[in-house]
Design a protein around this ligand. Structure first.
Ligand code: ADP
Length: 156
């Protein structure tokens, strides 16, 4: 049984993240999507809200578990018995950063492999930071985020 961790800030989860999660769930036996946080750094949404929104957005994918963790991703992966880190790639900028991150994680924990999935073109421009920016300026985030996220963000 291959368990993959899909780590990220997911602040908030977007349609791009969800697309990678769905594809990952087709490939691996189980995908744990895990919100990584730092208790000393405040994000946009509290971690419990981020996880709740992921749960609602991914409720139809049976082999997905939602969790959160603080600290090194590889330590969390060890604890959960995962041998794969799942990450999404949009642009060459993502690639530069992700390559270093993947090599660092492998240096820390030789049993871990990072698997990259390329996003669909229609989600290529979507990021959590652009969603936050649109929201801040009272724009419409429909089409950028899953419906439960859209409803929640419109209500706050
Ligand atoms: P981080 O803070 O670790 O960058 P994010 O929540 O921004 O976490 O993203 C988590 C993962 O999802 C990263 O691998 C990122 O490249 C990927 N990702 C972000 N947005 C998209 C998107 N629109 N399509 C595909 N992958 C994405």
């Amino acid at each position: 049984m291959t368990i993959a961790i899909y780590p990220g800030s997911f602040d908030p989860i977007t349609n791009g993240h969800l697309d990678i999660l769905k594809s990952g769930a087709e490939i691996f036996d189980k995908v744990i999507i895990a919100v990584s946080y730092n208790a000393n750094k405040q994000g946009f949404l509290p971690v419990d809200i981020r996880t709740k929104l992921i749960e609602e957005s991914a409720k139809d994918i049976p082999n997905v578990e939602v969790d959160s963790f603080e600290g090194l991703t590889v330590e969390y992966a060890k604890k959960r018995g995962a041998t794969v880190l799942l990450r999404g790639l949009r642009t060459s900028f993502d690639f530069e950063y992700e390559m270093q991150l993947s090599q660092t994680n492998h240096a820390l924990y030789g049993d871990i492999k990072t698997v990259f999935l390329i996003t669909k073109p229609e989600y290529n421009y979507i990021s959590s930071s652009c969603v936050r920016e649109i929201l801040l300026n009272k724009g419409d985030i429909k089409g950028f985020v899953p419906d439960p996220v859209c409803e929640y963000l419109k209500s706050i």
